[in-house]
Design a protein around this ligand. Structure first.
Ligand code: 5GP
Length: 333
């Protein structure tokens, strides 16, 4: 366990508002409402999810969203998430977030606030590289996706060192990927790689469409089967596996049944990720420990998983090389 804790880790699938711990939410609450009160503590406790459905999980984000709807809250939340990843010896993280419009901020301002917070966190946390994958939330419809795209288009040049790709997330039971294809084509033409939440629920047709459309990485990939699975494997599309998230949301019944094992056994690039470490009360180290206990991972497999993560990341070649070096040094000593 200590070996995993100290291991330099790479996180590729983490939603900003889902990565706020109880402590971070209370900090944000105190900042916003003056002092923490019982009501807030109760709300924060209810934020933790245990054995509920995917739809229930989505309701849980609301409390975080209420605390990050000001610039001050959002900037502090970004800092909390980076701090908590750094504390867990994560050396590279790709955060994701859907820009939100409210009475305090436009979508562009939301995105800029997160990007600037990431940039300014470099001084305080010099040992972690932080990138951002702005997210399109599929449940909000096409018009909202277009205005999210506009915000990304406005900022991606100024923050080209941080914006490294685009995510499609949001409730998979709402709307269909086909409606968003044009938008994702625009991003692809800008050389922004795509990480799509794919196969979180059973939907053979949509999974096929996503794989045919093409993605740099696949989020979850829980229900990818038969010919779709063959295609995913042929194309060597890395899969981001979030063990606790899937078991706690009930899309996978037990850790033993997790599809992570299939990809591991078939030497397919698979990456261990947290998804929402606040909501699911976990850390990247804990996820590795769960995987190690459940599947009896050897040190060599831990090494392979670490290398998979670097190779599947959207970091620059130079960054990949230095991350690889760091990981090799750790495993070889
Ligand atoms: P945010 O984008 O607000 O920073 O992070 C929270 C959001 O990420 C949620 O509202 C949801 O849209 C998305 N999200 C978090 N976890 C999951 C997940 O497991 N599956 C999907 N499809 N979306 C998620």
């Amino acid at each position: 366990e200590e070996f995993i804790q100290r291991m330099p880790k790479v996180e590729l699938h983490a939603h900003l508002n889902g990565s706020l711990t109880t402590a971070a939410l209370l900090e944000l609450g105190a900042q916003k409402y003056g002092s923490t009160n019982e009501e807030l503590e109760k709300l924060v406790e209810s934020f933790k999810v245990m054995g509920e459905s995917l739809d229930e999980c989505f309701k849980k984000f609301k409390i975080a969203h209420d605390l990050t709807n000001t610039r001050e809250g959002l900037a502090h939340a970004t800092l909390c998430v980076i701090r908590d990843f750094a504390k867990d010896n994560v050396v590279y993280v790709e955060l994701r977030t859907t820009p939100k419009q409210n009475e305090n901020m436009s979508k562009t301002e939301y995105l800029e606030c997160v990007l600037e917070s990431i940039r300014s966190a470099r001084k305080e946390f010099p040992y972690i590289i932080v990138k951002l994958l702005p997210s399109i939330d599929r449940s909000q419809g096409i018009d909202s996706a277009k205005s999210t795209m506009d915000a990304i288009l406005k900022l991606h040049k100024k923050f080209s060192d941080i914006i490294k790709g685009i995510d499609l997330s949001g409730n998979p039971n709402v709307e269909n990927f086909s409606n968003y294809k044009l938008i994702f084509e625009t991003f692809r033409n800008m050389n922004l790689p795509l990480s799509l939440h794919c196969g979180e629920v059973e939907n053979e047709e949509e999974i096929r469409e996503m794989i045919d459309f093409g993605m740099a990485r696949c989020g979850h990939g829980t229900f990818i089967k038969e010919s779709n699975l063959q295609k995913l494997i042929e194309k060597r599309i890395p899969v981001e596996c979030c063990l606790s998230s899937n078991v706690k949301c009930g899309t996978v019944s037990t850790y033993d049944d997790h599809h992570f094992k299939y990809f591991l056994d078939n030497s397919h690039p698979v990456v261990i990720c947290t998804d929402d470490f606040g909501v699911f009360d976990t850390t990247l180290s804990k996820e590795f420990i769960i995987a190690q206990k459940t599947f009896g991972l050897s040190k060599e497999q831990l090494f392979t998983l670490s290398k998979n993560a670097v190779l599947s990341s959207f970091a620059s070649e130079e960054e990949k090389q230095s991350l690889m070096q760091m990981i090799e040094n750790y495993f070889m000593k």
